[in-house]
Design a protein around this ligand. Structure first.
Ligand SMILES: *Cc1c(COP(=O)(O)O)cnc(C)c1O
Length: 233
């Protein structure tokens, strides 16, 4: 089941990459697939790793901690859900990349906790481009105000940007959101040539996200089926 789904998703990723080839995008010619395992039991992670998926995405610090205690921490873990400042310590302890940094307050907390344990924490800034009802992510003004302050935080390393598109009836409506995400990435790379990650797209829209420049996609349902919200850890 998972093996078949994975093959299909990898095939779609390759097709989308082929399609954007002539655009010569600054996000390169490869895509990292993050397997989003939230609300699935820890064994799903073990299975994914065995099939060669190295990137695991979880939404909640507590759930990830539980799973790492159950199966050990193998692979490269992405925190993709909203992070509360008071959970920064655990997030830094359990995640390789925090994709959902959405305020200076949180950035400062992550930096402080990373400094405490002598870590340089990789992060993405999450942009709120879609607006809609979703309220996580930096809006344009907050983002522009934060950029000049990044240098104050020595224990975080900016790797790039994360964008979530709104849910919509026609998936094509996500395209302008992802295109705006890519433009923001290009502008950020002028100031920070070292950035290398643009995380955009989930099960319903990762193909469009890749066509528009994503080099990280976060896919749950297309790999693992519906989430089990009764799953207790
Ligand atoms: C849950 C989640 C995903 C994966 O969603 P699917 O639709 O199951 O692929 C991706 N990104 C974020 C931020 C999520 O919370």
């Amino acid at each position: 089941m998972l093996a078949d789904n994975l093959k299909l998703v990898q095939h779609e990723i390759k097709a989308a990459l082929d399609k954007r080839k002539e655009k010569e995008m600054l996000t390169g010619s490869q895509v990292t697939l993050v397997a989003v395992t939230k609300n699935h039991p820890p064994e799903v992670i073990t299975e994914s790793l065995a099939l060669g998926v190295q990137n695991i995405g979880e939404n909640r610090v507590q759930e990830a901690k539980h799973k790492q205690e159950a199966i050990g921490k193998q692979g490269y873990w992405h925190l993709i859900g909203h992070l509360q400042t008071n959970k920064a310590r655990q997030a830094v302890a359990h995640f390789d990349l925090i994709e959902s940094v959405d305020s200076e307050h949180l950035l400062a907390a992550v930096d402080k906790e990373a400094a405490r344990i002598g870590k340089v924490q990789d992060i993405l800034l999450q942009l709120n481009i879609a607006h809609e009802e979703q309220k996580s992510g930096l809006d344009r003004e907050e983002y522009l105000a934060l950029l000049p302050k990044l240098g104050n935080y020595k224990n975080v390393r900016l790797r790039g940007l994360m964008v979530i598109a709104q849910k919509c009836d026609d998936v094509e409506e996500t395209r302008p959101i992802f295109a705006a995400g890519y433009r923001a990435y290009v502008r950020l790379k002028e100031q920070h040539p070292e950035i290398d990650l643009l995380s955009m797209g989930m099960s319903s829209d990762y193909i469009i996200a890749i066509e528009e420049g994503a080099n990280v996609v976060r896919v749950g349902t297309a790999l693992f089926g519906q989430r089990d919200y009764s799953y207790k850890f």
